[in-house]
Design a protein around this ligand. Structure first.
Ligand code: SF4
Ligand code: SF4
Length: 433
């Protein structure tokens, strides 16, 4: 683990790089843009030069630093565990200070900071979506009917749900008092992929575990963090920490069916505050971490779900290939748990490189640098096809958005499901529902 000082000291990180090149073959941007400047080693070198005053943060440097997918594949293999993703997150703050943040990203972050406004926008979006979008339910998304600003024509976007997950259920649900969990749902699962939350509740009901759905939860702030909008990160993280502390003693765990939100809350909040000398907030984030889990991690390790699935003796006809979201496997070491659960009822067919990044990359990559996300998505879509599976699964809605679009672009007929949706489906099947 690198200290806050290391992360600010680009030069020290650069000096620690032994130029072994182990990070280069696994680097998502280097795989599609094979140039030394767009490789972990290159990024680190440039950051050292920037801190030394030998590199100006001009438009070219901005372009280079914004081409990193923040996938952490490099840190995973680096013999010195150099925090390339974290130093790039820091320089993006300098970029945002110097160049500002594009209007559409600022507008998006305002929505993330104000739940009521996001709720209103999503309701309006749902009401009028047929005017602007064509639903593709089998593909799990919708296609814009007209040319839109920022969004490339013809790309598959996540569909909007009639009612958000948080507005669909009461705050407290008693299923049998076995244990009690709170659900942190994440924005994509709240507004777009709402069947994830429905499925999680179905599973908890089967396990007789009581549920709290904390209504005032805010976005985890990951989209703002990856874009250098640290004002939004500080505000959302502090509000969430204070809120979580108000109910943490009443629950056994806060479970999150989303890898990126979970990684942000468990890992990046503490790093963010520690880096800025806000140790009191970093300590509070760290204390909360003891009870925060990815959903499959907690369900597999802390409940009898696996035994329950086995006892139902249901063999589902669909085959599943599991994609390891970067924020699940590389950041949180969660990859066995969802497989163990799915294995009870589904046949798993591993793809050739489940650990390869899907190419989501964050808000900038999905908008201004979409051509890079598109390129990075192709190999993932094709290895999913080659696996021969009917379904691709990952506990991450950012991966879902990117992979569903990549499959659509490549005309590959495989559907994406979160593992909790598949588990709930098997449980329903076992009861003939
Ligand atoms: S975080 Fe990913 S894209 Fe960025 S330098 Fe590391 S491996 Fe490359
Ligand atoms: S693996 Fe680490 S030490 Fe080796 S070149 Fe990459 S960043 Fe440098």
């Amino acid at each position: 683990m690198h200290s806050a000082e290391d992360i600010f000291n680009f030069k020290a990180t650069s000096d620690e790089c032994i130029k072994c090149g182990k990070c280069i073959p696994v680097c998502t941007i280097h795989q599609i843009h094979p140039d030394e400047t767009t490789s972990p080693r290159g990024f680190i070198d440039l950051l050292g030069a920037y801190q030394d005053g030998n590199l100006e943060l001009d438009k070219n440097a901005k372009d280079i630093f914004e081409s990193c997918f923040l996938c952490t594949a490099c840190t995973d293999v680096c013999p010195n565990s150099l925090p390339t993703d974290m130093v790039i997150e820091e320089v993006r703050y300098d970029i945002a200070q110097k160049y500002g943040i594009a209007w559409f990203k600022r507008a998006f972050f305002i929505l993330l900071r104000h739940r009521w406004l996001m709720d209103l926008m999503m309701k309006l979006g749902y009401t009028f979506k047929t005017c602007g979008f064509e639903d593709k339910p089998k593909r799990g998304g919708m296609i814009p009917r007209f040319k839109m600003p920022i969004i490339k024509s013809g790309r598959l976007l996540p569909s909007l749900s009639k009612k958000s997950f948080l507005n669909s259920y009461p705050e407290h649900i008693e299923y049998g008092k076995n244990k009690k969990v709170a659900i942190f749902i994440g924005c994509l699962a709240n507004y777009n992929y709402t069947t994830i939350g429905d499925s999680l509740l179905y599973i908890l009901n089967e396990l007789k575990i009581d549920v709290t759905i904390p209504k005032a939860q805010k976005c985890c702030a990951a989209p703002a963090y990856f874009t250098g909008d640290f004002y939004t990160v500080e505000k959302l993280a502090k509000e969430n920490i204070e809120y979580f502390e108000s109910f943490i003693d009443d629950v056994d765990a806060i479970i999150i069916p989303e890898a990126t939100c979970s990684a942000m809350i468990k890992h990046d909040w503490e790093v963010f505050f520690r880096n800025r000398g806000m140790d009191m907030w970093a300590d509070r984030a760290k204390e909360l971490n003891k009870k925060i889990y990815m959903a499959t991690e907690w369900l597999n390790n802390e409940t009898n779900l696996k035994e329950l699935l086995k006892s139902r003796d249901i063999k589902m006809p669909q085959t599943v290939t599991y994609h390891d979201a970067c924020h699940a496997k590389k950041v949180q070491n969660i990859y066995k748990e969802p497989r163990e659960l799915l294995n009870q009822n589904y046949t798993l067919k591993e793809m050739s490189d489940s650990n390869r990044c899907c190419g989501f990359g964050g808000v900038t990559m999905q908008t201004e640098k979409y051509h890079l996300a598109e390129l990075a998505g192709k190999p993932k879509a094709n290895m999913i096809k080659q696996s021969g599976a009917d379904i691709v699964s990952a506990e991450c809605s950012a991966c879902r958005m990117q992979i569903s679009n990549s499959l659509y672009n490549e005309n590959i007929d495989v559907v994406f499901k979160n593992p909790v949706e598949l588990i709930a489906q098997a449980l329903k099947e076992s009861k003939g529902e």
